[in-house]
Design a protein around this ligand. Structure first.
Ligand SMILES: [Zn+2]
Ligand SMILES: [Zn+2]
Length: 166
């Protein structure tokens, strides 16, 4: 499997109102807090790029899977998500994503990242009532509740990330 394609030919949109559609498959390589995509799970990207007057519209839909570690019990869980994102750019203005629209090939990596980060959470719980790990022996309390006295639920090291200024 190849890495997901992120560069697309928009030659047919230059100086004319037109539309191109692509559908590609490939793996993603993204790690964020306790989340990571896996190389053996393909993601599917549908992208529609439209030129209309002075603007370029990009609509993308991404189907992807990633593994999330529970912030309490650290169990790894596979999540399947679909996220859609649409944005319009003025061709002659700079944009926040640093995408150059006046070329034949555009790279939409920043938009794909946005779609992915919309779904990856800093804090993820395998279930709302996750019992976490025993603060004494470290055993997963969802599997078997041990006899140690219960203190506060132990949060994973990832939880401290929420205090970072990003
Ligand atoms: Zn959990
Ligand atoms: Zn214990």
């Amino acid at each position: 499997m190849d890495k997901l394609q992120t560069e697309f030919d928009i030659t047919s949109l230059l100086n004319v109102d037109n539309e191109v559609d692509y559908e590609v498959n490939g793996y993603l390589d993204v790690k964020y807090a306790g989340n990571k995509t896996l190389k053996n799970h393909p993601s599917k990207l549908k992208i529609c790029i439209k030129s209309y007057h002075e603007k370029i519209w990009i609509n993308l839909t991404l189907d992807f899977k990633f593994e999330s570690a529970c912030s309490r019990c650290l169990s790894e869980n596979m999540l399947t998500k679909q996220n859609n994102f649409e944005i319009g750019f003025y061709k002659d203005d700079e944009n926040d994503y640093d995408i150059d629209l006046n070329t034949e090939i555009i790279d939409v990596t920043p938009l794909i990242s946005e779609v992915i980060l919309n779904e990856m959470k800093l804090q993820y719980l395998c279930k709302l009532e996750c019992k976490g790990l025993c603060s004494d022996c470290g055993k997963n309390q969802n599997i078997k509740v041990c006899k140690h006295p219960k203190k506060n639920l132990k949060e994973s090291p990832f939880s401290s990330l929420t205090e970072l200024d990003l």
